[in-house]
Design a protein around this ligand. Sequence first.
Ligand SMILES: C[S@@+](CC[C@H](N)C(=O)[O-])C[C@H]1O[C@@H](n2cnc3c(N)ncnc32)[C@H](O)[C@@H]1O
Length: 239
Amino acid sequence: MRLPDLAEKPTYVNRMFARIAPTYDLMNRLMTFGQDQRWRRMLLDLCNLPPHGRLLDVGTGTGDIAASALSRYPNLRSVGADFTYEMMAVGKQRADTQSLPFVQADTLALPFADNTFDAVVSGFLIRNVVDRVAAFREQARVAKPGGRVLCLETAPPDNALLAPLFRLYFFRVAPLVGALISGDRQAYTYLPHSTVDFPSPSALQRVMEAAGLHHVVYHELMLGAVAIHVGTKLDAPSD
Ligand SMILES: C[S@@+](CC[C@H](N)C(=O)[O-])C[C@H]1O[C@@H](n2cnc3c(N)ncnc32)[C@H](O)[C@@H]1O
């Protein structure tokens, strides 16, 4: 399979998610054996949201993380942003997103003022983005001083025993199941390639630090196949 080059990638990614939007949620549950919902809950646990806080979910897709946050914190003001209209259109049909505002936006140029959100989260977004440092810098810009930027992502398998199993699953099983459920084998062939080419958790930690985030830590899940990174935007220095 020929992967898109950097110039082609945003259009490629946008069209791919538009095509698989109707079956996206079902595929997620199947491919992760239902674990994806648990990871999103852990992500929210790490947000440190205050009562009546504000949350931005970037690359929200069908709104899974933002909606789960709303059902957990009824006083939260949560927003979902994504550049693929079709994903959000599927999300708007869900019963749990009726009070969730969806905003069409590129994560590299978010239409929000500086220092707006208590936490900015993303789930499985960053591997699709052409400039990761710029994406985290933009997320940090809209986070409040003292607020958090969190990233839930797959990680390249580095365990010598498990790596062959993960590769078999990602490169053989997932494209087959994806082809059966979504009718789009190409999209679910892109997925393993984007995972293997993705930085290790420690390298992604450095990417977040390069974007100006502080105290960046990560938590590995599912035997290292998934990681949650948490960074903090420092308080503005006082004069
Ligand atoms: C794998 S889906 C994840 C959806 C959701 N966050 C979840 O946890 O299931 C990735 C989403 O990121 C969006 N996306 C990719 N690149 C983007 C960008 N540059 N700006 C905004 N959204 C983007 C895609 O449209 C897609 O909906």
